[in-house]
Every structure is written in structure tokens, then in C-alpha cells.
Ligand binder design. Structure first.
Ligand code: HEM
Length: 144
């Protein structure tokens, strides 16, 4: 009986915990992105483009780029089904107080698509990754 109660509490606790975006269980997308090295190139290009983008450059003022780059790579690698474990902040916590709008979000997504295209990632793989990121809109965008 005690074991049953312990088991049930675990199920309830797991169900109530905030759930991060579900990572893919196969690694096809991870491979299509060029594995860890490919993802690192995409993120580097994404950050370069975003810093040169007048629509969103200001939002990165004072950011810790080394950390941001490292955490983004881990996050994308894990989401895409790669052998990484994201250990950064939740999307809600890391973007809290930044007052990001849907226009900011769309600009970043556009830069990510361009970065993937520049690194030779195919259109289908681009769409798969963007579809995994789309639900994060509700945690990242806090300003109407
Ligand atoms: C799906 C969309 C997004 C994803 C997946 C994402 C991912 C991340 C990650 C992983 C971090 C680091 C968390 C940590 O430090 O532990 C972060 C922080 C940050 N993100 Fe995003 N982000 C998104 C959208 C945006 C947008 C739209 C902007 C601005 C245009 C933005 C600007 C920033 C900034 C400025 C930081 C904080 C850097 C710092 O304080 O050092 N993010 N984001």
C-alpha cells in the first residue's frame, strides 16, 4: 500500500511539474542539423545576424554571450534528439522583464531560418526545428 501511494505521488508530482518542450526521441533532426558542430555554426550565425539586426540588436545589450551561445546549442541539440542535456534557465525565467513582443520573436525566428539556410540545413529540417520552438512563444513574449 505504501509503495502504491509513493508511486501515485510520483505520478502526480511529475504531471504537475512545469514541462519543458518535448525533445524528439529519434536523432534524424539532430543529424540533419549537422550534429553538435552544425548546431554550433547555426547558433553562431544566428547570434551574429541578430546583433546586426536593428529590429532586435538592442535587446541583447548587456547579455552574457558566451553563456547564451552555450545554452542555445545545448537546448537545440537536446530538442532535436541529440545527446545533450539542456541545463539553462526556463524560457519564462530567462526572458522575464525583457518585454519581448511577437515582432521580436518573429525577427529571431527569421534570423534562425536564414542561419540554417546559410549553413546548408534543408528546408524540411528548418521547419521541424521551428515547429519545436514555436510553442515557446507563450513563455518568451510578455508584451502584447
Ligand atoms: C524560441 C525562441 C527563443 C529561444 C529558444 C531562446 C533561448 C534562450 C536561451 C537558451 C537563453 C539562455 C538561458 C540561460 O541563460 O540559462 C536565452 C536568453 C536570452 N534570450 Fe532568448 N530565446 C528565444 C527568444 C528570444 C528572443 C525573441 C529574444 C530577443 C529578440 C531573446 C533574447 C534573449 C536574451 C537577451 C537573453 C538573456 C541573455 C543574458 O541575460 O545574458 N530570446 N534565450
Amino acid at each position: 500500500m505504501r509503495a502504491l501511494i509513493a508511486c501515485l505521488s510520483l505520478v502526480v508530482a511529475t504531471a504537475m511539474a512545469p514541462q519543458p518542450a518535448a525533445a524528439l526521441s529519434d536523432d534524424a533532426l539532430y543529424r540533419a542539423l549537422g550534429e553538435k558542430a552544425g548546431i554550433e555554426r547555426v547558433i553562431e550565425t544566428l547570434l551574429h545576424r541578430s546583433l546586426a539586426d536593428p529590429r532586435i540588436a538592442d535587446t541583447f545589450e548587456g547579455a552574457n554571450f558566451e553563456r547564451l551561445e552555450e545554452k542555445l546549442v545545448l537546448q537545440i541539440c537536446e530538442l532535436a534528439g541529440g545527446p545533450c542535456v539542456y541545463d539553462g534557465l526556463s524560457m519564462a525565467d530567462s526572458h522575464m522583464g525583457q518585454e519581448l513582443t511577437t515582432a521580436h520573436f518573429n525577427a529571431l525566428v527569421e534570423n534562425l531560418r536564414a542561419a540554417m539556410a546559410a549553413e546548408g540545413v534543408g528546408f524540411r529540417a528548418q521547419n521541424r526545428l521551428l515547429a519545436l520552438l514555436a510553442p515557446m512563444h507563450r513563455d518568451v513574449v510578455t508584451k502584447p
